[in-house]
Design a protein around this ligand. Structure first.
Ligand code: FES
Length: 167
């Protein structure tokens, strides 16, 4: 008796030409393509807003590394988003210096202003709220980042004004 195995493609993910081009360009900067892992993931995230599971294998293939290795990088690096996020991502530092300088008040003000908790996205898709470890601006605590903009020290009473420019 013979059996026939039918392989059905369930993952329709494909890197765009632009993503491939930019990743190839980035790889060219390093003697070892593996060193471009984070930048390659950031390129996908720049184009899509996040890094879908399906992106891991084709990006790893371009880098010439096992997909599991790239998955490890993508999981470890907190600025790589593995789920869809809002148009703007608010990352609130919850490390020790910011804890001592008002993290809880800033978090509570954000939760109140946005109506969401950490890990959630507003229903209108405008903001995602995430905790993050030290942003390297400990002298500006309590601090946070909105997209690529660092804010701090943040006055909890002015959180709404801080969010306004991010439409
Ligand atoms: S502890 Fe918040 S920036 Fe370092």
């Amino acid at each position: 008796m013979s059996t026939t195995m039918k392989i059905v493609a369930t993952d329709a993910f494909a890197l765009s030409d632009a993503e491939r081009h930019e990743i190839e360009h980035e790889i060219g900067h390093y003697p070892d393509a593996r060193a471009a892992s984070i930048e390659a993931l950031k390129i996908v995230q720049k184009h899509r807003g996040w890094v879908p599971d399906g992106a891991i294998a084709p990006v790893a293939a371009m880098l010439g590394i096992p997909a599991a290795d790239l998955e490890g990088v993508a999981t470890f690096y907190s600025l790589i988003f593995r789920h869809p996020v809002g148009r703007h991502v608010v990352k609130v530092c919850d490390s020790i210096a910011c804890h001592l300088t008002g993290f809880e008040e800033v978090r509570d003000a954000l939760v109140s202003a946005l109506g969401i908790r950490f890990g959630e996205t507003t229903p209108d898709g405008r903001f995602t709220l995430l905790p993050i470890c030290c942003l390297g601006a400990c002298d500006r605590g309590a601090c946070l980042m909105i997209d690529d903009d660092l804010h701090g020290p943040v006055d909890p009473s002015r959180v709404k004004q801080l969010l306004e420019p991010y439409a």
